[in-house]
Write a protein that binds this ligand. Structure first.
Ligand SMILES: [Zn+2]
Length: 267
C-alpha cells in the first residue's frame, strides 16, 4: 500500500472511530478538525516535497558508490542555447540529459533531433510547462504527459522513459498517469539555482553538494547562453578533476533499472 493510501486510511479510520465512540459533540468536532488539519499537512508535504514519496517514487540520485554525476538541463529545446550547449558537450565528450517541453519540441523539432542524435538522454517535462500542472488531474494531466511523449517521438523517433514535473512538485494523481505512460519520475539532489545566481555562486553550490550519484538540476531554457556555457565548461573540468564521470541518466540509472521495474509493477 502506498504511503498516500495508508495516510488516507488512517485518517478515515480515526474519523469513523471518533464518530462511533463520542457521538456528535464539541470533542468530535475538535478531533475531526485535528485529523483534517494533519491530513492536509501531509498532503501539502507530499505535493511540495515529492522526495518524501507520498504520492509516487521520485528518483533523485544514482547508486551510491559510483563516482558519477548526471548533468540535467530543463525547459528546452531553446533556439539560443541548445545548439551551443550540444557543441560544448561534444567538445568534452560528455553525455547529459535534457527534459524537454513538448510545445517547444513541436516549435523546434530539429533541436530535439540534434539532442537525440548526439546520444543524450531525453525526458518529458510536460507539454506547456504551466506552473499549475501539479494541480491538474485526470485527462488534462494525462494530456500534458502524452502530448509531450508524442511530440518527442515525432521529432526524435524515441519515446522517453523519464519524467520531471515542472517546479518539482507532485500530486496524488501523477503516479497513475506516469505508470500508464511507462514513465519514471526523476528529481535531483542538487538544485543549482542557475536562474537566480551568478555563475561563481552556482559553481560553488554544486561543488559543495556533489556526491556519488548526484543529479544536478540546470536549465538550457530561460538562461543566458554565455553564462550557461561558462558554467558548464567549468563544471565539467572541475568535476572530472576530482574524479567524477559525467554520465547521462540512462547510463546512471542502469544499476537501478531492476529496482525501478519493480516499482513500476508494484505502483
Ligand atoms: Zn522546468
Amino acid at each position: 500500500m502506498s504511503p498516500f493510501a495508508l495516510t488516507s486510511l488512517v485518517a478515515l479510520t480515526v474519523l469513523a472511530s471518533a464518530s462511533l465512540l463520542m457521538g456528535p459533540s464539541v470533542w468530535l468536532a475538535a478531533v475531526c478538525g485535528v485529523v483534517v488539519a494533519a491530513y492536509l499537512a501531509v498532503m501539502g508535504l507530499g505535493v511540495a516535497n515529492p522526495r518524501m514519496g507520498f504520492f509516487l517514487r521520485m528518483v533523485c540520485r544514482g547508486a551510491p558508490g559510483e563516482k558519477q554525476v548526471a548533468l540535467t538541463f530543463d525547459d528546452g529545446p531553446d533556439p539560443q542555447t541548445t545548439l551551443p550547449l550540444l557543441d560544448l558537450l561534444e567538445k568534452h565528450k560528455v553525455k547529459a540529459s535534457f527534459f524537454l517541453v513538448g510545445k517547444k519540441v513541436d516549435d523546434f523539432p530539429s533541436l530535439a533531433q540534434a539532442i537525440a542524435q548526439a546520444g543524450h538522454t531525453i525526458g518529458n517535462h510536460t507539454f506547456h510547462h504551466y506552473w499549475w500542472t501539479n494541480f491538474l488531474w485526470g485527462k488534462p494531466l494525462s494530456k500534458e504527459v502524452t502530448l509531450t511523449q508524442d511530440a518527442i517521438a515525432r521529432a526524435t523517433g524515441q519515446t522517453p522513459h523519464w519524467y520531471r514535473p515542472p517546479v518539482g512538485l507532485s500530486n496524488p494523481h501523477l503516479g497513475r498517469v506516469l505508470k500508464k505512460a511507462g514513465l519514471t519520475c526523476i528529481g535531483w539532489d542538487i538544485r543549482s539555482g542557475d536562474r537566480k545566481n551568478p555563475a561563481n555562486a552556482v559553481m560553488g553550490r554544486i561543488m559543495d553538494k556533489t556526491r556519488d550519484g548526484s543529479i544536478v538540476l540546470l536549465h538550457d531554457g530561460g538562461v543566458d547562453v554565455d553564462q550557461l556555457l561558462e558554467l558548464v565548461e567549468q563544471l565539467i573540468i572541475r568535476l572530472r578533476g576530482i574524479g567524477y564521470s559525467l554520465v547521462s541518466l540512462d547510463n546512471m540509472m542502469h544499476n537501478l533499472a531492476g529496482e525501478m521495474d519493480y516499482q513500476r509493477s508494484a505502483a
